[in-house]
Write a protein that binds this ligand. Structure first.
Ligand code: UDX
Length: 454
Protein backbone atom coordinates (compact mmCIF):
# COMPACT_ATOMS: atom_id res chain seq x y z
CA UNK A 1 0.00 0.00 0.00
CA UNK A 2 1.03 3.62 -0.37
CA UNK A 3 0.38 6.48 2.02
CA UNK A 4 0.30 9.86 0.31
CA UNK A 5 1.14 12.74 2.64
CA UNK A 6 3.42 12.00 5.57
CA UNK A 7 2.30 14.59 8.11
CA UNK A 8 0.83 13.61 11.46
CA UNK A 9 -1.81 11.31 10.11
CA UNK A 10 0.10 9.89 7.15
CA UNK A 11 3.42 9.22 8.86
CA UNK A 12 1.65 7.45 11.71
CA UNK A 13 -0.54 5.45 9.35
CA UNK A 14 2.41 4.43 7.15
CA UNK A 15 4.50 3.33 10.13
CA UNK A 16 1.66 1.44 11.81
CA UNK A 17 0.63 -0.35 8.61
CA UNK A 18 4.24 -1.53 8.14
CA UNK A 19 4.32 -2.65 11.77
CA UNK A 20 1.15 -4.64 11.08
CA UNK A 21 2.98 -6.49 8.29
CA UNK A 22 2.14 -4.64 5.07
CA UNK A 23 4.61 -3.42 2.44
CA UNK A 24 4.26 0.37 2.66
CA UNK A 25 5.55 3.22 0.54
CA UNK A 26 5.19 6.68 2.11
CA UNK A 27 4.96 9.55 -0.37
CA UNK A 28 5.39 13.26 0.21
CA UNK A 29 6.08 16.27 -2.01
CA UNK A 30 8.50 17.62 0.64
CA UNK A 31 11.94 16.03 0.08
CA UNK A 32 13.17 17.20 3.50
CA UNK A 33 10.36 15.32 5.25
CA UNK A 34 10.97 12.21 3.16
CA UNK A 35 14.66 12.30 3.96
CA UNK A 36 14.04 12.69 7.70
CA UNK A 37 11.55 9.84 7.83
CA UNK A 38 13.75 7.58 5.69
CA UNK A 39 16.58 8.15 8.15
CA UNK A 40 14.37 7.12 11.07
CA UNK A 41 13.52 10.56 12.43
CA UNK A 42 9.97 11.84 12.99
CA UNK A 43 9.54 15.52 12.03
CA UNK A 44 7.16 16.19 14.98
CA UNK A 45 6.82 15.13 18.60
CA UNK A 46 4.75 12.00 19.03
CA UNK A 47 5.51 9.63 21.91
CA UNK A 48 6.33 6.10 20.72
CA UNK A 49 6.37 6.89 17.02
CA UNK A 50 10.15 7.21 16.51
CA UNK A 51 10.69 3.70 17.93
CA UNK A 52 7.96 2.26 15.73
CA UNK A 53 9.39 4.07 12.69
CA UNK A 54 12.79 2.55 13.32
CA UNK A 55 11.29 -0.92 13.75
CA UNK A 56 9.35 -0.54 10.51
CA UNK A 57 12.40 0.68 8.56
CA UNK A 58 14.50 -2.17 9.95
CA UNK A 59 11.86 -4.69 8.85
CA UNK A 60 12.39 -3.55 5.25
CA UNK A 61 8.62 -3.11 4.81
CA UNK A 62 8.62 0.70 4.91
CA UNK A 63 10.16 3.10 2.42
CA UNK A 64 9.62 6.75 1.53
CA UNK A 65 9.70 8.60 -1.79
CA UNK A 66 8.72 11.85 -3.47
CA UNK A 67 7.83 10.06 -6.70
CA UNK A 68 4.18 9.64 -7.71
CA UNK A 69 5.32 7.39 -10.58
CA UNK A 70 6.81 5.01 -8.05
CA UNK A 71 3.70 5.23 -5.88
CA UNK A 72 1.31 4.45 -8.73
CA UNK A 73 3.40 1.46 -9.80
CA UNK A 74 3.76 0.16 -6.23
CA UNK A 75 0.34 0.33 -4.60
CA UNK A 76 -2.66 -1.98 -4.70
CA UNK A 77 -4.38 0.43 -2.35
CA UNK A 78 -3.46 4.08 -1.87
CA UNK A 79 -4.26 6.02 1.30
CA UNK A 80 -4.42 9.79 0.85
CA UNK A 81 -3.59 11.55 4.14
CA UNK A 82 -2.77 15.12 3.11
CA UNK A 83 -3.88 18.14 5.14
CA UNK A 84 -7.12 20.10 4.79
CA UNK A 85 -6.36 23.36 6.62
CA UNK A 86 -8.74 26.28 6.99
CA UNK A 87 -8.74 28.53 3.91
CA UNK A 88 -7.19 31.93 4.56
CA UNK A 89 -9.99 34.49 4.90
CA UNK A 90 -12.75 31.90 5.04
CA UNK A 91 -14.11 29.19 7.32
CA UNK A 92 -14.15 26.57 4.59
CA UNK A 93 -11.59 23.79 4.23
CA UNK A 94 -8.78 24.24 1.74
CA UNK A 95 -8.97 21.19 -0.51
CA UNK A 96 -6.13 22.02 -2.86
CA UNK A 97 -3.76 19.41 -1.39
CA UNK A 98 -6.39 16.68 -1.47
CA UNK A 99 -7.31 17.50 -5.05
CA UNK A 100 -3.67 17.59 -6.11
CA UNK A 101 -2.80 14.28 -4.44
CA UNK A 102 -5.75 12.41 -5.98
CA UNK A 103 -5.14 13.96 -9.40
CA UNK A 104 -1.41 13.25 -9.46
CA UNK A 105 -1.97 9.68 -8.44
CA UNK A 106 -4.97 8.96 -10.66
CA UNK A 107 -3.20 10.29 -13.72
CA UNK A 108 -0.67 7.49 -13.38
CA UNK A 109 -2.97 4.61 -12.47
CA UNK A 110 -3.53 2.06 -15.22
CA UNK A 111 -4.54 -1.05 -13.27
CA UNK A 112 -7.40 -1.76 -10.88
CA UNK A 113 -6.48 -0.27 -7.52
CA UNK A 114 -8.41 1.47 -4.76
CA UNK A 115 -7.88 5.09 -3.81
CA UNK A 116 -8.79 5.70 -0.17
CA UNK A 117 -9.17 9.15 1.35
CA UNK A 118 -8.37 9.54 5.04
CA UNK A 119 -8.15 13.34 5.23
CA UNK A 120 -10.96 15.18 7.00
CA UNK A 121 -13.08 16.69 4.22
CA UNK A 122 -16.42 18.42 3.74
CA UNK A 123 -19.23 15.97 3.04
CA UNK A 124 -19.59 15.41 -0.70
CA UNK A 125 -15.88 15.62 -1.44
CA UNK A 126 -15.48 11.88 -2.13
CA UNK A 127 -18.26 11.94 -4.70
CA UNK A 128 -16.69 14.94 -6.44
CA UNK A 129 -13.23 13.36 -6.32
CA UNK A 130 -14.53 10.06 -7.73
CA UNK A 131 -15.55 11.91 -10.88
CA UNK A 132 -12.32 13.86 -10.97
CA UNK A 133 -10.03 10.83 -10.70
CA UNK A 134 -11.99 8.89 -13.32
CA UNK A 135 -11.70 11.79 -15.72
CA UNK A 136 -7.89 11.91 -15.47
CA UNK A 137 -6.97 8.24 -15.03
CA UNK A 138 -6.11 5.89 -17.93
CA UNK A 139 -8.33 3.40 -16.08
CA UNK A 140 -11.36 5.68 -16.48
CA UNK A 141 -14.61 4.56 -14.86
CA UNK A 142 -13.04 1.47 -13.35
CA UNK A 143 -11.06 3.53 -10.88
CA UNK A 144 -12.72 3.39 -7.47
CA UNK A 145 -12.51 5.63 -4.49
CA UNK A 146 -13.42 5.04 -0.84
CA UNK A 147 -13.33 7.10 2.35
CA UNK A 148 -11.88 5.87 5.62
CA UNK A 149 -11.88 8.61 8.27
CA UNK A 150 -9.21 8.63 10.94
CA UNK A 151 -9.86 9.47 14.58
CA UNK A 152 -6.36 9.51 16.02
CA UNK A 153 -5.49 11.95 18.77
CA UNK A 154 -2.12 13.63 18.87
CA UNK A 155 -0.10 12.25 21.75
CA UNK A 156 -1.84 8.87 21.37
CA UNK A 157 -1.42 8.51 17.61
CA UNK A 158 0.25 5.08 17.61
CA UNK A 159 -2.16 3.58 20.12
CA UNK A 160 -5.19 5.04 18.33
CA UNK A 161 -3.97 3.72 14.95
CA UNK A 162 -3.05 0.23 16.13
CA UNK A 163 -6.08 -0.12 18.42
CA UNK A 164 -8.80 2.20 17.13
CA UNK A 165 -12.17 2.22 18.87
CA UNK A 166 -13.88 1.76 15.51
CA UNK A 167 -13.22 1.59 11.78
CA UNK A 168 -15.45 3.32 9.26
CA UNK A 169 -15.42 2.32 5.59
CA UNK A 170 -17.21 4.61 3.16
CA UNK A 171 -17.57 2.59 -0.04
CA UNK A 172 -19.48 2.53 -3.32
CA UNK A 173 -19.02 -1.18 -4.07
CA UNK A 174 -18.46 -4.60 -2.50
CA UNK A 175 -15.09 -4.76 -4.23
CA UNK A 176 -13.98 -1.59 -2.45
CA UNK A 177 -15.19 -2.97 0.88
CA UNK A 178 -13.20 -6.18 0.29
CA UNK A 179 -10.03 -4.19 -0.39
CA UNK A 180 -10.47 -2.25 2.82
CA UNK A 181 -11.16 -5.42 4.78
CA UNK A 182 -7.85 -6.83 3.52
CA UNK A 183 -6.00 -3.62 4.38
CA UNK A 184 -7.40 -3.62 7.93
CA UNK A 185 -7.51 -7.39 8.50
CA UNK A 186 -5.19 -7.35 11.53
CA UNK A 187 -7.43 -4.82 13.29
CA UNK A 188 -10.66 -6.53 12.26
CA UNK A 189 -9.28 -9.86 13.50
CA UNK A 190 -8.74 -8.19 16.86
CA UNK A 191 -12.47 -7.44 16.98
CA UNK A 192 -12.37 -3.72 16.17
CA UNK A 193 -15.97 -2.63 15.49
CA UNK A 194 -16.58 -1.79 11.83
CA UNK A 195 -19.22 0.45 10.29
CA UNK A 196 -19.60 0.09 6.52
CA UNK A 197 -21.35 3.08 5.02
CA UNK A 198 -21.67 5.21 1.90
CA UNK A 199 -18.89 7.75 1.37
CA UNK A 200 -21.00 10.75 2.46
CA UNK A 201 -21.78 9.15 5.82
CA UNK A 202 -18.14 8.19 6.31
CA UNK A 203 -17.06 11.77 5.66
CA UNK A 204 -19.68 13.04 8.09
CA UNK A 205 -18.69 10.67 10.90
CA UNK A 206 -15.43 12.50 11.34
CA UNK A 207 -16.78 16.05 11.41
CA UNK A 208 -19.78 15.02 13.48
CA UNK A 209 -17.49 13.39 16.05
CA UNK A 210 -15.21 16.39 16.30
CA UNK A 211 -18.18 18.77 16.46
CA UNK A 212 -19.64 16.77 19.31
CA UNK A 213 -16.36 16.80 21.23
CA UNK A 214 -15.96 20.55 20.69
CA UNK A 215 -19.55 21.10 21.81
CA UNK A 216 -19.02 19.08 24.96
CA UNK A 217 -15.96 21.13 25.89
CA UNK A 218 -17.71 24.42 25.17
CA UNK A 219 -20.75 23.25 27.11
CA UNK A 220 -18.79 22.91 30.34
CA UNK A 221 -16.95 26.14 29.58
CA UNK A 222 -20.31 27.90 29.14
CA UNK A 223 -21.22 26.56 32.58
CA UNK A 224 -17.93 28.05 33.81
CA UNK A 225 -19.12 31.46 32.63
CA UNK A 226 -22.32 31.04 34.61
CA UNK A 227 -20.33 29.86 37.63
CA UNK A 228 -18.19 32.98 37.44
CA UNK A 229 -21.30 35.15 37.70
CA UNK A 230 -22.67 33.28 40.70
CA UNK A 231 -19.71 32.20 42.81
CA UNK A 232 -20.31 28.54 41.95
CA UNK A 233 -17.43 26.17 41.19
CA UNK A 234 -17.36 24.61 37.70
CA UNK A 235 -14.93 21.92 38.81
CA UNK A 236 -17.37 20.57 41.36
CA UNK A 237 -20.17 20.97 38.84
CA UNK A 238 -18.27 18.92 36.21
CA UNK A 239 -17.43 16.24 38.77
CA UNK A 240 -21.07 15.92 39.77
CA UNK A 241 -22.26 15.84 36.15
CA UNK A 242 -19.73 13.14 35.27
CA UNK A 243 -21.28 10.66 37.70
CA UNK A 244 -24.22 10.50 35.32
CA UNK A 245 -23.11 7.83 32.84
CA UNK A 246 -25.29 9.38 30.18
CA UNK A 247 -23.16 12.52 30.38
CA UNK A 248 -19.76 11.04 31.25
CA UNK A 249 -16.65 12.87 32.32
CA UNK A 250 -14.52 12.73 29.19
CA UNK A 251 -14.16 16.01 27.30
CA UNK A 252 -16.00 17.69 30.13
CA UNK A 253 -12.90 19.29 31.53
CA UNK A 254 -13.35 23.04 31.91
CA UNK A 255 -10.57 25.52 31.28
CA UNK A 256 -8.93 27.32 28.44
CA UNK A 257 -10.76 25.29 25.82
CA UNK A 258 -9.88 23.49 22.64
CA UNK A 259 -7.34 24.20 19.94
CA UNK A 260 -5.10 22.23 17.62
CA UNK A 261 -5.12 21.30 13.98
CA UNK A 262 -8.53 19.59 14.04
CA UNK A 263 -11.36 20.71 16.32
CA UNK A 264 -11.36 24.46 15.53
CA UNK A 265 -11.00 24.16 11.78
CA UNK A 266 -13.34 21.17 11.53
CA UNK A 267 -16.28 22.90 13.22
CA UNK A 268 -15.78 25.96 11.01
CA UNK A 269 -15.52 23.92 7.83
CA UNK A 270 -18.65 22.00 8.85
CA UNK A 271 -20.54 25.28 9.30
CA UNK A 272 -19.36 26.50 5.91
CA UNK A 273 -20.31 23.25 4.18
CA UNK A 274 -23.73 23.12 5.85
CA UNK A 275 -24.45 26.65 4.58
CA UNK A 276 -23.53 25.57 1.05
CA UNK A 277 -25.89 22.62 1.37
CA UNK A 278 -28.74 24.87 2.54
CA UNK A 279 -28.82 23.36 6.04
CA UNK A 280 -26.75 26.02 7.76
CA UNK A 281 -29.36 26.37 10.50
CA UNK A 282 -28.80 22.80 11.64
CA UNK A 283 -25.26 23.45 12.83
CA UNK A 284 -25.41 27.18 13.55
CA UNK A 285 -24.87 26.32 17.21
CA UNK A 286 -21.27 25.55 16.26
CA UNK A 287 -20.73 29.32 15.96
CA UNK A 288 -21.63 29.57 19.65
CA UNK A 289 -19.35 26.65 20.43
CA UNK A 290 -16.51 28.50 18.70
CA UNK A 291 -17.28 31.79 20.44
CA UNK A 292 -17.52 30.26 23.91
CA UNK A 293 -14.15 28.69 23.21
CA UNK A 294 -12.59 32.00 22.13
CA UNK A 295 -14.00 33.81 25.17
CA UNK A 296 -12.10 31.44 27.48
CA UNK A 297 -8.89 32.83 26.06
CA UNK A 298 -9.75 36.47 26.70
CA UNK A 299 -11.17 35.60 30.12
CA UNK A 300 -7.84 33.98 31.03
CA UNK A 301 -6.12 37.23 30.09
CA UNK A 302 -8.62 39.08 32.33
CA UNK A 303 -7.69 36.87 35.29
CA UNK A 304 -3.97 37.39 34.75
CA UNK A 305 -4.51 41.16 34.49
CA UNK A 306 -6.55 41.12 37.67
CA UNK A 307 -3.79 39.29 39.54
CA UNK A 308 -1.21 41.69 38.09
CA UNK A 309 -3.05 44.51 39.83
CA UNK A 310 -5.25 45.79 37.02
CA UNK A 311 -2.68 46.40 34.29
CA UNK A 312 -0.34 44.17 32.35
CA UNK A 313 1.92 47.01 31.30
CA UNK A 314 5.45 46.00 32.30
CA UNK A 315 4.28 42.94 34.26
CA UNK A 316 6.50 39.87 34.05
CA UNK A 317 4.34 36.88 33.23
CA UNK A 318 5.48 33.25 33.20
CA UNK A 319 3.48 31.41 30.54
CA UNK A 320 3.67 27.68 31.22
CA UNK A 321 2.92 25.85 27.98
CA UNK A 322 2.54 26.76 24.33
CA UNK A 323 1.31 23.52 22.74
CA UNK A 324 -2.45 23.11 22.22
CA UNK A 325 -2.36 20.20 24.66
CA UNK A 326 0.24 18.22 26.57
CA UNK A 327 2.36 15.50 24.92
CA UNK A 328 2.40 17.44 21.69
CA UNK A 329 4.61 20.09 20.11
CA UNK A 330 1.74 21.29 17.93
CA UNK A 331 0.93 24.99 18.28
CA UNK A 332 -1.72 25.22 15.57
CA UNK A 333 -4.58 27.33 16.96
CA UNK A 334 -3.11 26.73 20.42
CA UNK A 335 -5.10 28.48 23.16
CA UNK A 336 -1.87 28.69 25.20
CA UNK A 337 0.05 30.62 22.60
CA UNK A 338 -2.94 32.82 21.84
CA UNK A 339 -3.15 33.86 25.50
CA UNK A 340 0.61 34.50 25.63
CA UNK A 341 0.27 36.71 22.54
CA UNK A 342 -2.65 38.67 24.02
CA UNK A 343 -0.72 39.25 27.26
CA UNK A 344 2.23 40.51 25.24
CA UNK A 345 0.04 42.85 23.21
CA UNK A 346 -1.17 44.41 26.47
CA UNK A 347 2.39 45.27 27.40
CA UNK A 348 3.40 42.32 29.55
CA UNK A 349 6.85 40.78 29.35
CA UNK A 350 5.89 37.20 28.61
CA UNK A 351 8.35 34.39 29.24
CA UNK A 352 7.20 31.14 27.67
CA UNK A 353 8.33 27.64 28.53
CA UNK A 354 6.96 24.51 26.90
CA UNK A 355 8.76 21.18 27.32
CA UNK A 356 8.42 20.39 23.59
CA UNK A 357 6.82 23.23 21.66
CA UNK A 358 9.20 26.16 22.21
CA UNK A 359 10.73 25.91 18.73
CA UNK A 360 7.39 25.73 16.92
CA UNK A 361 6.01 28.55 19.06
CA UNK A 362 9.04 30.71 18.39
CA UNK A 363 8.49 30.34 14.65
CA UNK A 364 4.92 31.64 14.99
CA UNK A 365 5.51 34.35 17.62
CA UNK A 366 9.19 35.32 17.67
CA UNK A 367 8.44 38.39 19.82
CA UNK A 368 7.79 36.40 22.99
CA UNK A 369 10.70 35.33 25.21
CA UNK A 370 11.32 31.60 25.31
CA UNK A 371 13.32 29.79 27.97
CA UNK A 372 14.44 26.20 28.32
CA UNK A 373 13.34 25.38 31.87
CA UNK A 374 10.41 25.84 34.19
CA UNK A 375 12.64 27.52 36.76
CA UNK A 376 13.83 30.14 34.27
CA UNK A 377 10.25 30.83 33.22
CA UNK A 378 8.93 31.53 36.71
CA UNK A 379 12.02 33.42 37.90
CA UNK A 380 10.90 36.85 39.17
CA UNK A 381 7.44 36.43 37.64
CA UNK A 382 4.68 38.73 38.87
CA UNK A 383 2.06 36.21 37.76
CA UNK A 384 2.38 32.60 36.61
CA UNK A 385 -0.22 31.29 34.17
CA UNK A 386 -0.55 27.60 33.41
CA UNK A 387 -1.73 27.22 29.83
CA UNK A 388 -0.93 23.60 28.84
CA UNK A 389 -1.23 20.89 31.48
CA UNK A 390 2.10 19.09 31.02
CA UNK A 391 2.93 16.62 33.79
CA UNK A 392 6.02 18.64 34.61
CA UNK A 393 3.77 21.54 35.62
CA UNK A 394 1.31 19.36 37.52
CA UNK A 395 4.14 17.79 39.50
CA UNK A 396 5.96 21.03 40.36
CA UNK A 397 6.11 21.83 44.05
CA UNK A 398 4.34 25.14 44.80
CA UNK A 399 6.89 25.86 47.55
CA UNK A 400 9.83 25.49 45.13
CA UNK A 401 8.14 27.69 42.56
CA UNK A 402 7.19 30.15 45.27
CA UNK A 403 10.84 30.68 46.13
CA UNK A 404 11.58 31.82 42.56
CA UNK A 405 8.72 34.16 41.71
CA UNK A 406 8.43 37.81 42.57
CA UNK A 407 4.79 37.38 43.67
CA UNK A 408 2.95 34.14 44.47
CA UNK A 409 0.10 34.58 42.05
CA UNK A 410 -1.05 31.86 39.67
CA UNK A 411 -3.81 31.42 37.12
CA UNK A 412 -4.51 27.74 36.45
CA UNK A 413 -5.89 27.89 32.91
CA UNK A 414 -6.36 24.12 32.76
CA UNK A 415 -7.71 23.22 36.22
CA UNK A 416 -4.64 21.04 36.45
CA UNK A 417 -3.18 22.04 39.81
CA UNK A 418 -4.17 21.29 43.37
CA UNK A 419 -5.60 24.63 44.46
CA UNK A 420 -5.40 23.84 48.17
CA UNK A 421 -1.70 22.98 47.96
CA UNK A 422 -0.98 26.25 46.20
CA UNK A 423 -3.03 28.24 48.66
CA UNK A 424 -1.36 26.46 51.57
CA UNK A 425 2.01 27.50 50.12
CA UNK A 426 0.90 31.11 50.15
CA UNK A 427 -0.18 31.48 46.54
CA UNK A 428 -3.11 33.47 45.32
CA UNK A 429 -4.66 30.79 43.08
CA UNK A 430 -7.28 31.55 40.41
CA UNK A 431 -8.97 29.38 37.81
CA UNK A 432 -11.72 30.07 35.30
CA UNK A 433 -15.16 29.27 36.65
CA UNK A 434 -14.05 28.91 40.25
CA UNK A 435 -14.49 31.40 43.07
CA UNK A 436 -11.39 33.30 44.18
CA UNK A 437 -11.40 31.49 47.52
CA UNK A 438 -13.07 28.22 46.70
CA UNK A 439 -14.41 25.45 48.84
CA UNK A 440 -12.24 23.14 46.75
CA UNK A 441 -11.74 20.77 49.65
CA UNK A 442 -15.27 19.61 48.94
CA UNK A 443 -14.10 17.78 45.81
CA UNK A 444 -15.11 14.29 46.71
CA UNK A 445 -12.51 11.62 47.02
CA UNK A 446 -12.72 8.94 44.35
CA UNK A 447 -13.76 11.67 41.99
CA UNK A 448 -14.16 10.26 38.56
CA UNK A 449 -10.69 9.88 37.17
CA UNK A 450 -12.10 10.53 33.77
CA UNK A 451 -13.05 14.06 34.74
CA UNK A 452 -9.64 14.96 35.94
CA UNK A 453 -7.91 13.39 33.02
CA UNK A 454 -10.41 13.79 30.23
C1 UDX B 1 -9.02 15.54 18.00
C2 UDX B 1 -9.96 14.34 18.17
O1 UDX B 1 -9.99 13.95 19.56
C3 UDX B 1 -9.50 13.18 17.32
O2 UDX B 1 -10.41 12.10 17.43
C4 UDX B 1 -9.42 13.66 15.87
O3 UDX B 1 -8.94 12.61 15.05
C5 UDX B 1 -8.52 14.87 15.75
O4 UDX B 1 -8.97 15.90 16.62
P1 UDX B 1 -6.60 16.18 18.89
O5 UDX B 1 -6.69 17.40 18.05
O6 UDX B 1 -5.33 15.40 18.91
O7 UDX B 1 -7.74 15.15 18.48
O8 UDX B 1 -6.88 16.67 20.39
P2 UDX B 1 -7.90 16.30 21.56
O9 UDX B 1 -7.26 15.37 22.51
O10 UDX B 1 -9.24 15.95 21.05
O11 UDX B 1 -7.99 17.73 22.29
C6 UDX B 1 -8.47 18.86 21.57
C7 UDX B 1 -8.43 20.11 22.42
O12 UDX B 1 -9.47 20.08 23.39
C8 UDX B 1 -7.13 20.34 23.19
O13 UDX B 1 -6.77 21.70 23.04
C9 UDX B 1 -7.51 20.02 24.63
O14 UDX B 1 -6.73 20.75 25.53
C10 UDX B 1 -8.96 20.45 24.66
N1 UDX B 1 -9.79 19.77 25.68
C11 UDX B 1 -10.00 18.42 25.61
C12 UDX B 1 -10.41 20.50 26.67
O15 UDX B 1 -10.26 21.72 26.73
N2 UDX B 1 -11.21 19.87 27.58
C13 UDX B 1 -11.43 18.53 27.54
O16 UDX B 1 -12.17 18.02 28.39
C14 UDX B 1 -10.79 17.78 26.52
Amino acid sequence: MTVIGTGYLGATHAVCMAVLGFEVLGVDVDPAKVELLASGRVPFYEPGLPEKLQDALASGRLRFTTSFDEAAAFGDVHFVCVGTPQQPGSHAADLRYVDAAFTELARRIDRKTLLIGKSTVPVGTAARLAQLVRSVSPLGDELELAWNPEFLREGFAVEDTLHPDRLVFGVDSEWAERQLRVAFRPLLDEGTPLVVADTATAELVKVAANSFLATKISYINAMAEVCEATGADVNLLATALAYDDRIGGRFLKPGLGFGGGCLPKDIRAFRARAEELGVGQAVRFLDEVDQINQRRRSRTVDLVRELAGGSLQGARIAALGAAFKPNSDDVRDAPALDVARMLYLEGARVVVYDPEANANAHRVYPDLDYVGTLAEAVMDADVVVLLTEWDEFRRADPRDLGALVSGRRIVDGRHALDASRYRAAGWEYRALGRPAEAATAQLVENDKDSVAHA
